[in-house]
Ligand binder design. Structure first.
Ligand SMILES: C[S@@+](CC[C@H](N)C(=O)[O-])C[C@H]1O[C@@H](n2cnc3c(N)ncnc32)[C@H](O)[C@@H]1O
Length: 191
C-alpha cells in the first residue's frame, strides 16, 4: 500500500524523489564544489569513507566526522596516508566547529549524518540537520555551499524536519543563496 501511495504521489506531485545514485551525488559535489572553486570538503557521517575517497583528488582539504567507533577507526586507517584528509570522531553537532576551524575559506558541506540501520549508529537525534545548519550559519563562510542528502525523508521520516522548515531556515540565514532539490539532494548554493 505504501509503495502504491509513493508511486501515485511521484506521478502527481513529483514528490518524494527517488534516492539518488552514488554517481549523481558525487557529480553534484563536483559541480557545486570544486568546479565553483571551493577547496574544502566537510562531510558529516563518514560511514565507510567512500565519498571522501571519491572526492580526495578534488579538494585541497577534506574533513569528515563519524560517530560510530568502529566506522571511525576503519576510516582513520583508510586515509592515514593522506595528510589532507582528516577524520574526526564524535557527534557532528559537537565537532562541526572543529571541522570548520581545520579548513581555511569556504567549503562544500556534504551533510549526511544519520542513523541508517546496519552498522551505522544513532546520536541523540535521528538526523541532526538543524543543529548542523545552525553551526554552519554561525561559524561558516558566506561562500559556503551546502548539500543535504536524502531530501525525500524530510517531513516523512520521524526525526527529520519538514523541507519547508529547512527552506525557511536557509532563506533567513543565507538570503542570497538559492535553494532547490536536485536528485534527492537539498542544495543551498551561493550566488
Ligand atoms: C548514510 S551514512 C553516510 C554515508 C557517507 N556520507 C557516504 O556518502 O558514503 C550515515 C553515517 O552517519 C553516521 N552518524 C549518525 N549520526 C551521526 C552523528 N550525529 N554524527 C556523526 N555521524 C553520525 C552513521 O554512523 C553513518 O555512518
Amino acid at each position: 500500500m505504501r509503495q502504491i501511495l509513493l508511486k501515485l504521489s511521484r506521478a502527481i506531485f513529483h514528490w518524494p524523489p527517488l534516492p539518488a545514485s552514488v554517481q549523481e551525488k558525487q557529480s553534484l559535489i563536483v559541480r557545486f564544489g570544486c568546479q565553483r572553486g571551493l577547496k574544502n570538503f566537510i562531510e558529516t557521517g563518514t560511514f565507510q569513507g567512500d565519498m571522501v575517497e571519491a572526492q580526495r583528488g578534488n579538494f585541497h582539504k577534506l574533513v569528515t566526522i563519524e560517530l560510530g567507533d568502529t566506522l571511525y577507526e576503519a576510516a582513520k586507517r583508510r586515509f592515514a596516508a593522506h595528510a589532507h584528509v582528516q577524520v574526526l570522531h564524535g557527534d557532528s553537532g559537537t565537532l562541526l566547529p572543529e571541522a570548520i576551524r581545520l579548513t581555511e575559506g569556504p567549503a562544500l558541506y556534504w551533510l549526511d549524518a544519520h542513523y541508517s540501520r546496519g552498522i551505522t549508529v544513532r546520536g541523540d537525534q535521528e538526523a541532526p540537520i538543524l543543529k548542523e545548519l545552525s553551526i554552519i550559519a554561525a561559524q561558516g563562510q558566506p561562500g559556503d555551499a551546502i548539500l543535504i542528502d536524502d531530501a525525500r525523508l524530510f517531513g516523512l521520516r520521524l526525526g527529520y524536519p519538514r523541507l519547508a522548515t529547512v527552506h525557511k531556515f536557509a532563506a533567513r540565514e543565507w538570503p542570497a543563496h538559492s535553494f532547490r532539490v536536485e536528485s534527492d539532494v537539498i542544495c543551498i548554493l551561493p550566488p
